[in-house]
Write a protein that binds this ligand. Structure first.
Ligand code: FAD
Ligand code: NAD
Length: 474
């Protein structure tokens, strides 16, 4: 094998593997270096997303949602199934199978696209070279262009050191093989809520300790308030806002957690504790000092709007750079950079990236929320439609949530769409597409939506901006 490539990508997560495939499609001789190994010590492509992130968490969310439905929903449909029992190891094994299929799928895609897969730790050297090391052996490769897609890792807090036995991070939380009676979670962010929901549905008593006083700060307030009510009052998640963990003490099979809340000291004992307080870029050791790679104040690779680093011909994408830590954002940057390298003029709209939280109901949004519209002094108008008035939603026994639309009051252009409700993850695509084409709410209102569908809630929310929703009083 030659040690010279047109492009070397470091990292095979959703940012890196997509970049590598797109580079290969564009005719570049491409290599992708990745160091990830699975539980058996075998190389596994796909990064955080496929191995310990998006995919395994959604597999468990789906399994646990089925348990929830069988236990509490089937009866409403006139179906009785008797006592439900859950085989957690089987559930975890199903999740592992899905991960294994998908990670092997990336290896297959690399082969089909003639991307050279290099296993080991990649390090950027001066002169657009990458040193790949594995088990004490190193080899150096060079390329005309290098794309750093090294991703992110969980933030650790000294008061709760992760041992992935009793105190676990997101990876450990996906491999718990029996339902903990009492589960503690530090952080009521995306991971805390998704994984807290999984174990809550499977029968754990879940307490979430969140340092901030506000719940889901990035989410539109009207929706976050309704979501908080549903998660706590209906689903029984005990979410303590303004809780500061001060100490943890691990015993043989439990952990004692001390925290302060409203100036008072509290102690609670849990069988497992998940730490989910955010993630940081995995940039340690990715470049030799002499390479001179510039990092920003948060340790991310410093890039401009074209994902170019301070070194000509070296790009960085995904969780390792500024912007939301989302798989689709990283993948899109991968395509964007490959096309820049090919001399094309690609476009990537960083203001139009959808977010989804896969709780039940799901939360999804794109663009600005009402608070941001106020802060920016925008002359705006809003419309909303509740799922309780949507026929398809009621047929599915889904009565909560709403679609909320924010538009410019002068131009009617859609500025943000926020959904709390069934299949919000799928519904949000219509809003993303509308915003990509600078649509007005009238454009959505004049678009025919099939009946009966959840998407009619989007149609009605658009009509409601103009005070003419048909199935609610405006
Ligand atoms: P990563 O996926 O982290 O991949 C980086 C890769 O680079 C890894 O394989 C790593 O081994 C490799 N690497 C790092 N350094 C080196 C080196 N020096 N040499 C060689 N290889 C190296 N996002 C969503 O959009 N939707 C979701 O539903 C979602 N759910 C999530 C659930 C959980 C529990 C977690 C933890 C994250 C979730 N995310 C989700 C976030 C998503 O996983 C990340 O945004 C995404 O994986 C980032 O992609 P990436 O390619 O930038 O980095
Ligand atoms: P997060 O930023 O979503 O949430 C972390 C939460 O922990 C915040 O609410 C923060 O206030 C709180 N916190 C921080 N320090 C704390 C402390 N010492 N004590 C108590 N609370 C504390 O981070 P996360 O949940 O770890 O997820 C990391 C990232 O992974 C997400 O931001 C997202 O980018 C990505 N992710 C995405 C999805 C998805 O798209 N559905 C799912 C999971 C993860």
């Amino acid at each position: 094998m030659s040690d010279k490539f047109d492009v070397i990508v470091v990292g095979a997560g959703p940012a890196g593997y997509v970049a590598a495939i797109r580079c290969a499609q564009l005719g570049f001789n491409t290599a992708c270096v990745d160091k990830w190994v699975d539980a058996d010590g075998k190389p596994s492509l796909g990064g955080t997303c496929l191995n310990v992130g998006c995919i395994p968490s959604k597999a468990l969310l789906d399994s646990s949602e089925k348990v929830e439905q069988a236990s509490h929903e089937f009866e409403n449909h006139g179906i009785s199934v008797g006592k439900i029992s859950v085989d957690v190891p089987k559930m975890i094994a199903r999740k592992d199978d899905i991960v294994s299929n998908l990670t092997k799928g990336i290896a297959g895609l690399f082969k089909a696209n003639k991307v050279t897969s290099l296993h080991g730790h990649g390090k950027l050297l001066p002169g657009k070279q990458v040193e790949v090391s594995l088990d004490g052996k190193t080899q150096t490769y060079s390329a005309d262009n290098i794309i750093l897609a090294v991703g992110s890792e969980p933030i650790n807090i000294p008061v709760a050191p992760v041992d992935n036995d009793i105190i676990v991070d997101n990876a450990g939380a996906l491999d718990i093989n029996m339902v903990p009676k009492k589960l503690g979670v530090i952080g009521a962010g995306v991971i805390g809520l998704e994984l807290g929901s999984v174990w809550n549905r499977l029968g754990s008593e879940v307490t979430i300790l969140e340092a901030m006083d506000t719940f889901l700060a990035p989410v539109d307030k009207q929706l976050s308030r309704e979501a908080q009510r549903t998660f706590t009052k209906v689903q029984g998640l005990d979410i303590k806002l303004g809780a500061m963990v001060t100490a943890t003490k691990v015993a043989k099979k439990s952990v004692k957690v001390s925290y302060t809340l409203k100036g008072e000291e509290h102690t609670e004992t849990f069988d497992k504790l998940i730490v989910a307080v955010g993630r940081k870029a995995s940039t340690q050791g990715i470049a030799a000092d002499e390479a001179g790679l510039k990092l920003d104040e948060r340790g991310r690779v410093d890039v401009n709007d074209r994902c170019e680093t301070n070194i000509a011909g070296v790009y960085a994408i995904g969780d390792a750079v500024k912007g939301p830590m989302l798989a689709h954002k990283g993948s899109e940057e991968g395509v964007f950079v490959a096309e820049i390298i090919a001399g094309q003029k690609p476009h990537m709209n960083h203001d139009n990236i959808p977010w989804v939280i896969y709780t039940h109901p799901e939360i999804a949004w794109v663009g600005i929320n009402e608070e941001q519209a106020k802060e920016r002094g925008i002359n705006y108008k809003t419309g909303f439609f509740p799922f309780a008035a949507n026929g398809r939603s009621l047929a599915m026994n889904e009565k909560g949530g709403r679609v909320k639309m924010i538009a410019d009051a002068d131009t009617d252009r859609v500025l943000g769409v926020h959904i709390l409700g069934p299949n919000a993850s799928e519904l949000i695509s219509e809003a993303v597409l509308a915003m990509e084409y600078s649509a007005s709410t009238e454009d959505i209102a004049r678009t025919i939506h099939a009946h009966p569908t959840l998407s009619e809630a989007m149609h009605e929310a658009a009509l409601s901006v103009d005070g003419r929703a048909l199935h609610k009083v405006n």
